[in-house]
Design a protein around this ligand. Structure first.
Ligand SMILES: [Zn+2]
Ligand SMILES: [Zn+2]
Length: 179
């Protein structure tokens, strides 16, 4: 019984970390990538991503568009550095094992973001590309390229729901991509 309680606690902690990541993704995407929060240059590459890949040309056709999809390689370190106070708080309130799990969960969220955001813009008949859930989340991101004030989550649209930026329908009668 004790084992299951412990396991449940860890699963709950991982889920709570993913929920935090969804919130962090939303805030960073909105304020730093779109709303010019200083340092302003953080949003330059992302604005280029939106300019090169508008709703009507959501899928990549050239190298310049391809280069605009991913964060720079040091992005992963910047993410961890920005969250150092949160990890310190977790370590202080709980213990170091939770810090390790929180970092692992955050890295997982980030890698899932990077990989699936890439796949969304560069379709390639991957085995999951016809899965309903994948097409749904890809459409969710397509709608962000239609209107950058909505659907700020790429991975887990929990914060879009809570913070009321969640949008299901295209503003076009015939969206440029299929769900
Ligand atoms: Zn995109
Ligand atoms: Zn954006």
């Amino acid at each position: 019984m004790e084992f299951w309680l412990l396991a449940l606690g860890w699963v709950g902690f991982v889920l709570a970390t993913f929920a935090y990541c969804s919130f962090f993704e939303w805030v960073f995407h909105k304020y730093w990538l779109h709303d010019d929060m200083p340092p302003e240059w953080t949003g330059h590459a992302h604005k280029k991503h939106h300019t090169l890949l508008r709703a009507q040309n959501f899928f990549v056709k050239n190298q310049e568009q391809m280069m605009s999809i991913s964060f720079p390689k040091w992005g992963i370190l910047a993410l961890l550095a920005a969250n150092t106070p949160v990890f310190a708080l977790v370590g202080w309130l709980l213990d170091w094992r939770y810090v390790v799990v929180a970092i692992a969960a955050m890295l997982t969220y980030y890698l899932v973001y990077e990989y699936f955001h890439f796949c969304m813009h560069v379709p390639k008949n991957r085995f999951f590309e016809n899965w309903k859930i994948y097409r749904w989340i890809r459409f969710h991101h397509y709608l962000h390229h239609e209107n950058a004030n909505t659907n700020l989550n790429v991975v887990l649209p929990l914060s879009d729901l809570v913070l009321r930026t969640f949008r299901l329908k295209s503003r076009h009668d015939k969206p440029f991509i299929e769900k």
